[in-house]
Write a protein that binds this ligand. Structure first.
Ligand code: AMP
Ligand code: MG
Length: 431
């Protein structure tokens, strides 16, 4: 495992006091590694979990060539060329199975020239046939079926293995299992899958001014909201969370909390204590526990942040020391912590898509930092359109609550004029 110092030495133009978002993420991504540990789960219990091994298909899906439509199965070498030909219906096949030695719902006979078999959607293609003429296209006169010209050989037939081929990976390791995936696993007849164990994440808030819900506020005190937003984001990501409460700005208490977290979790997420006024004191304490860097990131909101690895009782945990301001906590979580934790969970896909939307109003922006303004994205006049949620202060949590997206203004970008197109990240996909 590389040290943080080694990782940083590979990053060009590294400046901890004015670090672009992309460089901070480069350091984080090069430093972290997926946590080990795999468990076997029943398919439904694996919903939302990360696949630890490829799921290899034990069968062809579909297992036989079958009809894609209700109609009549014929041999393609028999298809009429210039005018309709009447075929003799010699039997029927339904969707169902064929047992060894026992006739199921399939048609088990041979189909000769001039003959056809009535087939329903999903029915196994009768022997010798390869083409299905839909029932709407034919004229039926008792058992004589008139088929017109203009049919394509092989039409309306699904081939064995066209969905999934035996021996080939149906799903790759590193994928978070969604409803379609658990259905796909079931379609292979597989009842259990190997998934990564849940990532253990401990979190706490720091600050002498913080009080917990249920207590009356005195002058200068604020309710601790970060432990709620953090709990929500971590839970939605699928982590096993441990809430270590509020820790006072007291070196001994902080050290004890960090030690406890390092000994029990894969990652620790804290809020507060990394701003200019408080960082010195946190830095000294961190130096004892491991390898931690303090950054001023070229972004808004969320400038100060600490990152590294801390150790206790022979164990270690990745540390994300987020700023204290409620919006800054969420923004830094979404743009640094989220991707890192997903990588630690073994996820191979962590990037989120951006949309382009028309700015309904001008937005102030200086080049040289990335901004994540909180916006409301709407479909208007045939295109995506975005406006901001009012005051954008980093302490105004309402701006996050009202928003459905971030307006992502890139590092080099300058001011936005009304009607310009901007990048937007939809919050719904974030956790
Ligand atoms: P800090 O980064 O500790 O200097 O905190 C920056 C600002 O965020 C201060 O106004 C704090 O009161 C506020 N703050 C810090 N932690 C929390 C929290 N857990 N919940 C709500 N506000 C907080
Ligand atoms: Mg504080």
């Amino acid at each position: 495992m590389a040290t943080l110092k080694e990782v940083i030495s590979c990053v060009s133009d590294y400046d901890p006091d004015a670090l672009p978002v992309a460089k901070a993420n480069e350091v984080i991504r090069s430093f972290i590694v997926p946590a080990s540990g795999v468990e076997k789960l029943r398919v439904r219990a694996a919903l939302g979990r990360v696949l630890a091994k490829d799921v290899v298909s034990p069968i062809d899906v579909p297992s036989h060539d079958n009809s894609a439509m209700d109609g009549y199965a014929v041999r393609s070498d028999d298809l009429p060329r210039t005018e309709a030909i009447a075929f003799t219906e010699i039997g029927a096949a339904f969707a169902g199975k064929e047992f060894a030695g026992k006739v199921g719902r399939a048609f088990t006979g041979e189909v000769g020239r001039g003959e056809c078999v009535r087939v329903m959607t999903g029915a196994v293609m009768p022997r010798n046939t390869d083409t299905v003429v839909i029932q709407e296209a034919v004229n039926v006169d008792v058992k004589r079926i008139a088929i017109p010209p203009g049919q394509e050989p092989g039409q309306n037939r699904r081939l064995a293995g066209e969905d999934l081929q035996k021996g080939k990976p149906a799903l790759r390791a590193g994928r978070m299992l969604r409803p379609a995936d658990i259905g796909l696993i079931a379609s292979l007849g597989i009842g259990e899958v190997s998934v990564r164990r849940k990532l253990k994440v401990a979190f706490f808030s720091t600050g002498d001014e913080l009080v917990s819900v249920g207590t009356k506020l005195k002058a200068g005190e604020v309710y601790d909201s970060n432990r709620y937003t953090l709990w929500g984001m971590l839970t939605r990501l699928g982590c096993e969370v441990t809430d270590l409460g509020v820790v006072r700005d007291d070196p001994e208490k902080l050290e004890a909390a960090f030690r406890k977290a390092a000994a029990s979790a894969d990652a620790v997420v804290t809020s507060g204590g990394v701003s200019v006024g408080e960082a010195d004191f946190t830095k000294q304490m961190m130096a004892k526990l491991g390898e931690v860097v303090f950054w001023k990131i070229a972004m808004r909101p969320g400038r100060p942040m600490a990152f590294g690895r801390i150790r206790a009782r022979g164990k270690s945990a990745i540390l994300f020391g987020l700023p204290g301001n409620p919006v800054a906590v969420m923004v830094t979580f979404y743009h640094f912590v989220r991707g890192a934790l997903l990588t630690m969970m073994g996820r191979s896909d962590t990037d989120l898509p951006l949309l382009r939307a028309k700015a309904e109003t001008a937005m102030r922006k200086k080049p040289g930092r990335t901004e994540y303004q909180r916006g409301i994205l709407e479909w208007k006049n045939g295109e995506w359109s975005v406006h901001l949620t009012g005051a954008q202060g980093s302490g105004i949590l309402r701006s996050m609550s009202e928003a459905n997206c971030f307006v992502v203004l890139g590092h080099e970008q300058g001011a936005v004029r009304e009607g310009d197109y901007v990048d937007v990240m939809v919050m719904d996909g974030l956790v």
